[in-house]
Design a protein around this ligand. Structure first.
Ligand code: NAD
Length: 330
């Protein structure tokens, strides 16, 4: 297929080109994000390959369909950026990479927990500056603490195992609790109980109308004082302003973010010589007890290899069979 690949970074190109030796699609790489302004570039292509911050809203999808695009190949798991109703109405097939490496994301999540509970981010720069004092670096043991996992899917399950390995008690909330997890000893609880009992809360649910701003002023108030919140799912699961207020009051003791609700204009870009245009993000970066990474949790060689292979296989399946096991249907 003639495939136009949006939001390409050098590493995307490297892994897709390498995998494409087995598939032979005609790939064109663009650095630009897919938006209403760039959608024009799609003319003449059969397939659009898109990532987390590309815009696949109704207006863009209508134009894609009018240009004769048949397939949208997401090279990610989440699909909250796609208007599936319009895609289906216009006969656009949407495929994704439902699982590449839950380990990549779960391990990064555990990394954020360890960084925050032992102040490793501060220790790192302090020691490099010749300051070996320990004041201000006091941490807490993970052993015996309660970890609340929201969304016990592939990533949530791996994260739960890792945290169990530290001797944590893991409790979970999932809209559709999985029987296998129950059999493996995971204790499913309702959200108020999870909020009330967890020392660490980690978000692993998709972004849906149900989960948008699930972490807000009212739910933060139900949490233990000094709670650690980690979000490696999607930014808008957290109401950023409510979390900033929670940090200022001390209700939230630690915050680890790999995703941010307004990340689209900032993440994946080098703004080191510029003024960060987002005031809420800038405020978050001033807290000593906040660590932000730029949507990096998926970023391992293993995951990128799997993403590239699955994306191209998905496109081949649609081309040859008209169907694909990774097609998203409403
Ligand atoms: P998954 O589909 O395996 O698991 C999601 C779980 O959330 C499921 O068990 C589902 O039942 C549950 N869920 C659905 N609605 C819910 C609700 N309202 N409340 C609570 N739970 C709910 O997905 P996954 O592979 O584990 O990925 C989870 C999320 O992580 C993805 O949706 C994606 O947004 C995010 N993600 C982030 C990165 C990153 O680099 N930061 C990478 C991959 C995935």
């Amino acid at each position: 297929m003639r495939v136009i690949v949006f939001s390409t970074k050098p590493y995307d190109r490297q892994f897709l080109e390498s995998a494409n030796t087995s598939f032979n699609h005609d790939l064109t790489f663009l650095e630009a994000r897919l938006t209403l302004e760039t959608v024009e570039l799609v003319k003449g292509y059969d397939c659009v390959c898109a990532f987390v911050n590309d815009q696949l809203n109704s207006e863009v999808l209508e134009i894609l369909a009018n240009y004769g695009v048949q397939t949208i190949a997401l090279r990610c798991a989440g699909f909250n950026n796609v208007d599936l109703a319009v895609a289906q109405q216009r006969g656009l097939k949407v495929v994704r990479v439902p699982a590449y490496s839950p380990y990549a994301v779960a391990e990064h999540t555990a990394g954020l927990v360890l960084m925050l509970n032992r102040n490793l981010h501060r220790a790192y720069s302090r020691v490099r500056d010749g300051n070996f004092a320990l004041s201000g670096l006091l941490g807490f043991d993970l052993h015996g603490r309660t970890v609340g996992v929201i969304g016990m899917g592939q990533i949530g399950q791996v994260f739960a195992k890792i945290m169990s390995g530290f001797g944590c008690r893991v409790i979970a909330y999932d809209k559709y609790p999985n029987q296998q997890c129950r059999e493996h000893g995971i204790e499913f609880v309702d959200l108020p109980k999870l909020f009330a009992e967890s020392d660490i809360i980690s978000l692993h649910c998709p972004l849906t109308p149900d989960t948008q701003h699930m972490i807000n002023a009212a739910t933060i108030a139900q949490m233990k004082r000094g709670v650690m919140i980690i979000n490696t799912s999607r930014g808008a699961v957290i109401d950023t302003q409510a979390v900033i207020r929670g940090l200022k009051s001390g209700q939230i003791g630690h915050l680890g973010l790999d995703v941010y609700e307004e990340e689209a204009d900032v993440f994946f870009e080098d703004l080191s010589n510029e003024v960060i245009p987002d005031d809420a993000l800038s405020r978050l970066l001033t807290f000593p007890n906040v660590v932000v990474t730029g949507h990096q949790a998926f970023f391992t060689k293993d995951a990128l290899t799997c993403i590239a292979e699955t994306t191209l296989q998905n496109i081949t399946s649609i081309e040859q069979l008209g169907t694909c096991k990774n097609e998203i249907k409403r």
